[in-house]
Design a protein around this ligand. Sequence first.
Ligand code: SF4
Ligand code: SF4
Length: 180
Amino acid sequence: MVLKSLKYTLKTALTTTEVTRLYPEVMMELPANERGIHELDATTCIGCGSCARICPNSCIEMVPYRYGNPLKNRKMQFPQIDYGRCTFCGLCVDECPVSCLKMGKTTEIAGWDRKDIVYGPDRIAVKKFSEKEVAELEAEAKRQAEEKKKAAAAAAKEKAAKAKGKENKAKAKLGEGGEA
Ligand code: SF4
Ligand code: SF4
Protein backbone atom coordinates (compact mmCIF):
# COMPACT_ATOMS: atom_id res chain seq x y z
CA MET A 1 0.00 0.00 0.00
CA VAL A 2 2.82 2.38 0.99
CA LEU A 3 4.68 1.54 -2.16
CA LYS A 4 1.60 2.12 -4.23
CA SER A 5 1.15 5.60 -2.68
CA LEU A 6 4.81 6.48 -3.23
CA LYS A 7 4.59 5.34 -6.83
CA TYR A 8 1.52 7.53 -7.35
CA THR A 9 3.21 10.57 -5.74
CA LEU A 10 6.33 10.17 -7.88
CA LYS A 11 4.30 9.69 -11.04
CA THR A 12 2.19 12.76 -10.32
CA ALA A 13 5.21 14.91 -9.44
CA LEU A 14 7.04 13.95 -12.60
CA THR A 15 4.28 13.90 -15.16
CA THR A 16 1.50 16.37 -14.29
CA THR A 17 1.60 20.05 -15.20
CA GLU A 18 2.64 22.68 -12.68
CA VAL A 19 -0.18 23.73 -10.38
CA THR A 20 1.61 26.09 -7.98
CA ARG A 21 4.33 28.69 -8.53
CA LEU A 22 6.43 31.04 -6.45
CA TYR A 23 4.20 34.08 -6.83
CA PRO A 24 5.03 36.94 -7.10
CA GLU A 25 8.52 35.98 -8.33
CA VAL A 26 7.07 33.65 -10.94
CA MET A 27 4.06 35.10 -12.69
CA MET A 28 1.41 33.10 -14.45
CA GLU A 29 1.45 33.38 -18.24
CA LEU A 30 -1.60 35.41 -19.22
CA PRO A 31 -3.75 34.68 -22.26
CA ALA A 32 -3.44 37.08 -25.21
CA ASN A 33 -6.89 38.54 -24.64
CA GLU A 34 -6.47 39.06 -20.89
CA ARG A 35 -8.16 42.26 -19.65
CA GLY A 36 -6.07 44.01 -17.04
CA ILE A 37 -5.66 47.57 -15.81
CA HIS A 38 -6.66 50.11 -18.46
CA GLU A 39 -4.08 51.96 -20.52
CA LEU A 40 -4.88 55.54 -21.50
CA ASP A 41 -3.28 57.58 -24.24
CA ALA A 42 -3.71 61.02 -22.67
CA THR A 43 -2.33 62.72 -25.78
CA THR A 44 -5.38 61.73 -27.85
CA CYS A 45 -8.18 61.57 -25.23
CA ILE A 46 -10.80 64.21 -26.07
CA GLY A 47 -12.45 64.12 -22.64
CA CYS A 48 -15.85 63.26 -24.12
CA GLY A 49 -16.86 61.15 -21.09
CA SER A 50 -18.42 58.37 -23.24
CA CYS A 51 -16.43 55.77 -21.28
CA ALA A 52 -17.89 57.06 -18.01
CA ARG A 53 -21.45 57.13 -19.36
CA ILE A 54 -21.36 53.58 -20.76
CA CYS A 55 -19.78 51.95 -17.67
CA PRO A 56 -22.41 49.64 -16.14
CA ASN A 57 -20.87 49.93 -12.68
CA SER A 58 -20.36 53.70 -12.63
CA CYS A 59 -16.71 53.25 -11.84
CA ILE A 60 -15.37 55.95 -14.17
CA GLU A 61 -15.26 59.56 -13.07
CA MET A 62 -13.91 62.34 -15.26
CA VAL A 63 -11.22 64.27 -13.42
CA PRO A 64 -8.74 67.03 -14.32
CA TYR A 65 -5.28 66.05 -15.52
CA ARG A 66 -2.54 68.28 -16.86
CA TYR A 67 -0.64 66.20 -19.40
CA GLY A 68 -3.20 65.90 -22.22
CA ASN A 69 -3.89 68.02 -25.27
CA PRO A 70 -5.84 71.24 -24.50
CA LEU A 71 -6.52 71.69 -28.23
CA LYS A 72 -8.49 68.43 -28.35
CA ASN A 73 -9.59 68.09 -24.73
CA ARG A 74 -10.76 71.63 -23.96
CA LYS A 75 -11.83 70.98 -20.38
CA MET A 76 -8.81 68.75 -19.72
CA GLN A 77 -10.94 66.00 -18.15
CA PHE A 78 -9.74 62.40 -18.21
CA PRO A 79 -11.04 59.08 -16.85
CA GLN A 80 -10.31 57.91 -13.33
CA ILE A 81 -11.21 54.27 -12.66
CA ASP A 82 -12.35 52.67 -9.41
CA TYR A 83 -11.03 49.11 -9.54
CA GLY A 84 -13.09 48.20 -6.51
CA ARG A 85 -16.12 48.30 -8.82
CA CYS A 86 -14.66 47.46 -12.26
CA THR A 87 -15.60 44.06 -13.72
CA PHE A 88 -13.21 44.45 -16.68
CA CYS A 89 -16.06 44.11 -19.13
CA GLY A 90 -14.28 46.35 -21.66
CA LEU A 91 -17.37 48.38 -22.63
CA CYS A 92 -15.56 51.65 -21.94
CA VAL A 93 -12.83 50.63 -24.40
CA ASP A 94 -15.34 49.70 -27.10
CA GLU A 95 -17.17 53.00 -26.65
CA CYS A 96 -14.14 55.31 -26.87
CA PRO A 97 -14.51 57.26 -30.16
CA VAL A 98 -10.77 57.84 -30.59
CA SER A 99 -9.49 54.46 -29.34
CA CYS A 100 -7.31 56.01 -26.67
CA LEU A 101 -8.42 53.60 -23.94
CA LYS A 102 -7.31 49.97 -23.96
CA MET A 103 -7.35 47.02 -21.59
CA GLY A 104 -3.76 46.42 -20.49
CA LYS A 105 -2.06 43.27 -19.30
CA THR A 106 -1.27 44.26 -15.71
CA THR A 107 -3.57 42.39 -13.38
CA GLU A 108 -2.12 43.08 -9.95
CA ILE A 109 -4.23 45.59 -8.03
CA ALA A 110 -3.70 45.90 -4.30
CA GLY A 111 -3.76 48.53 -1.62
CA TRP A 112 -4.21 49.11 2.08
CA ASP A 113 -7.18 51.35 1.60
CA ARG A 114 -10.23 51.48 -0.68
CA LYS A 115 -8.91 54.67 -2.28
CA ASP A 116 -5.61 52.96 -3.18
CA ILE A 117 -7.41 51.06 -5.94
CA VAL A 118 -8.95 54.14 -7.50
CA TYR A 119 -6.57 54.87 -10.37
CA GLY A 120 -6.44 58.42 -11.67
CA PRO A 121 -5.27 59.39 -15.18
CA ASP A 122 -1.73 59.72 -13.84
CA ARG A 123 -1.73 55.97 -13.04
CA ILE A 124 -3.40 54.66 -16.19
CA ALA A 125 -1.76 57.01 -18.72
CA VAL A 126 0.82 55.12 -20.77
CA LYS A 127 1.26 58.08 -23.11
CA LYS A 128 1.22 61.72 -22.03
CA PHE A 129 2.78 65.09 -22.91
CA SER A 130 5.76 66.55 -21.10
CA GLU A 131 5.54 69.81 -19.15
CA LYS A 132 7.23 71.63 -22.07
CA GLU A 133 4.85 70.16 -24.65
CA VAL A 134 1.84 71.05 -22.49
CA ALA A 135 3.07 74.64 -22.20
CA GLU A 136 3.40 74.86 -26.00
CA LEU A 137 -0.06 73.39 -26.54
CA GLU A 138 -1.56 75.75 -23.97
CA ALA A 139 0.02 78.73 -25.76
CA GLU A 140 -1.41 77.50 -29.06
CA ALA A 141 -4.86 76.99 -27.48
CA LYS A 142 -4.72 80.53 -26.09
CA ARG A 143 -3.69 81.93 -29.48
CA GLN A 144 -6.53 80.08 -31.22
CA ALA A 145 -9.06 81.26 -28.60
CA GLU A 146 -7.93 84.88 -29.06
CA GLU A 147 -8.17 84.55 -32.85
CA LYS A 148 -11.68 83.13 -32.50
CA LYS A 149 -12.65 85.98 -30.19
CA LYS A 150 -11.29 88.55 -32.65
CA ALA A 151 -13.12 86.90 -35.56
CA ALA A 152 -16.38 86.89 -33.55
CA ALA A 153 -15.93 90.58 -32.67
CA ALA A 154 -15.24 91.44 -36.33
CA ALA A 155 -18.31 89.48 -37.46
CA ALA A 156 -20.47 91.26 -34.85
CA LYS A 157 -19.10 94.63 -36.01
CA GLU A 158 -19.85 93.80 -39.65
CA LYS A 159 -23.37 92.67 -38.74
CA ALA A 160 -23.97 95.90 -36.81
CA ALA A 161 -22.64 97.99 -39.74
CA LYS A 162 -24.94 96.16 -42.16
CA ALA A 163 -27.92 96.72 -39.85
CA LYS A 164 -27.01 100.41 -39.56
CA GLY A 165 -26.74 100.67 -43.36
CA LYS A 166 -30.19 99.12 -43.76
CA GLU A 167 -31.59 101.49 -41.12
CA ASN A 168 -30.07 104.51 -42.90
CA LYS A 169 -31.49 103.36 -46.24
CA ALA A 170 -34.95 102.94 -44.71
CA LYS A 171 -34.73 106.40 -43.13
CA ALA A 172 -33.64 107.91 -46.47
CA LYS A 173 -36.58 106.25 -48.22
CA LEU A 174 -38.94 107.59 -45.60
CA GLY A 175 -37.43 111.09 -46.07
CA GLU A 176 -37.91 110.87 -49.86
CA GLY A 177 -41.53 109.79 -49.33
CA GLY A 178 -42.14 112.76 -46.98
CA GLU A 179 -40.73 115.30 -49.48
CA ALA A 180 -42.92 113.95 -52.28
S1 SF4 B 1 -14.14 47.70 -17.96
FE1 SF4 B 1 -16.39 47.79 -17.70
S2 SF4 B 1 -16.70 47.99 -15.50
FE2 SF4 B 1 -14.54 48.48 -15.88
S3 SF4 B 1 -14.49 50.71 -16.16
FE3 SF4 B 1 -14.76 49.84 -18.20
S4 SF4 B 1 -16.98 49.78 -18.54
FE4 SF4 B 1 -16.64 50.07 -16.33
S1 SF4 C 1 -11.00 57.74 -22.87
FE1 SF4 C 1 -12.10 57.86 -24.82
S2 SF4 C 1 -14.26 57.73 -24.24
FE2 SF4 C 1 -13.11 58.24 -22.37
S3 SF4 C 1 -13.12 60.48 -22.26
FE3 SF4 C 1 -11.25 59.90 -23.35
S4 SF4 C 1 -11.85 59.97 -25.52
FE4 SF4 C 1 -13.74 59.90 -24.36
